[in-house]
Design a protein around this ligand. Structure first.
Ligand code: ASP
Length: 320
């Protein structure tokens, strides 16, 4: 693996290798007083964030540090990007300064792919930590790790992804990955927040399917997991009011509250990539219930990102 830019086209075998590595790392570190492995000593990881982030950024930093890499954080507002430097110049500068790997988050869909292209003649690897409304592959991997942990298997499971699918890179990356791993994914959203062509997101040869629904109550009794999405207002072009009449109506039709939690099968698990807007897409009674695996997602995020850094960086000297 040279870069991690998307889950589109990722083979089930490649995904399972990453998930297995994450699980091994989790078990290795469990109960240890000092959570530090020497694996990436001498490697330099730079996180380059052109958008705000709490979970993703912290967990990449923790992941790098737990594997003894040197981790440097750069945000657009504190870098020369604020002076007008292009993303290309920033990227080549980071590579020339010694970055072995750049974790990039950017509001433009495709930014991580462009960066990987610009760095193709270097040894620097690129990880997409979210590019516009396009993809967020490590989020999908950590969601898959959490589902595997909670449900035992992913193949044959039915998973609802609910809410603002149109502006969500999480929904797209999950639809590709979970259907490749054999799950049937149902995207549940108001028609105005359903991307054109979403029902074709399952890739040819995928073991599972991707379908679209607009009726949350009808879907809930049929699923093994439900993943709630925030309305990503900062990515909306124009006015949010063009997409739904009011927060109250959105919440009534697509929010997961106590009543709807009761519609889920006993074993079903609730996910949310965060940040949550409590009271809008998810009620506090649901977010804080034992059915919610939201903190597990965050915990698994560290191990999944460790696995990604490991597969991209370890053994590079040996030409692996
Ligand atoms: N944290 C996720 C993302 O960066 C989801 C969200 O922002 O709502 O896409």
């Amino acid at each position: 693996m040279r870069h991690l830019l998307s889950t589109a086209g990722m083979s089930p075998a490649a995904a399972e290798t990453l998930l297995d590595t994450a699980e091994t790392l989790k078990k290795t570190l469990l109960g240890r007083e000092v959570r530090k492995l020497p694996t990436l000593r001498g490697r330099t990881v730079v996180t380059l964030f052109h958008e705000n982030s709490t979970r993703t950024r912290v967990s990449f930093e923790v992941a790098g540090k737990w594997m003894s890499a040197d981790v440097i954080n750069v945000s657009a507002s504190g870098s020369s990007a604020s002076k007008g430097e292009s993303l290309r110049d920033t990227a080549t500068t980071l590579s020339a300064a010694g970055a072995d790997l750049v974790v990039v988050r950017h509001p433009a869909s495709g930014a991580a792919h462009r960066l990987a292209g610009w760095l193709s003649s270097t040894n620097t690897a690129v990880v997409n930590a979210g590019d516009g409304t396009h993809e967020h592959p490590t989020q999908a991997l950590l969601d898959a790790a959490t589902l595997r942990e909670r449900l035992g298997t992913i193949a044959g499971r039915r998973i609802a992804i609910v809410g603002d699918v149109l502006h969500s890179r999480v929904a797209r990356s999950n639809a590709y990955l979970l259907s490749a791993l054999g799950a049937d994914v149902v995207l549940v959203a108001p028609p105005t927040l359903t991307p054109v062509g979403a029902a074709t997101w399952a890739e040819p040869g995928a073991g599972g399917t991707v379908t679209v629904s607009h009726d949350l109550d009808a879907e809930l009794p049929t699923v093994d997991a439900v993943m709630m999405l925030r309305v990503q207002a900062e990515r909306v072009i124009g006015d949010v009011a063009n997409f739904f009449p009011s927060v109250r109506e959105y919440s009534a039709a697509y929010g997961l509250d106590g009543r709807r939690l009761g519609l889920l099968p006993e074993h079903a698990v609730v996910l949310h990539p965060g940040p949550m807007l409590r009271g809008m897409e998810i009620a506090s009674t649901v977010a804080d219930s034992p059915r919610a695996a939201i903190n597990d997602q965050v915990r698994n995020g560290v191990h999944v990102r460790m696995a990604v850094l490991y597969h991209l960086l370890a053994g590079k000297d040996e030409g692996a």
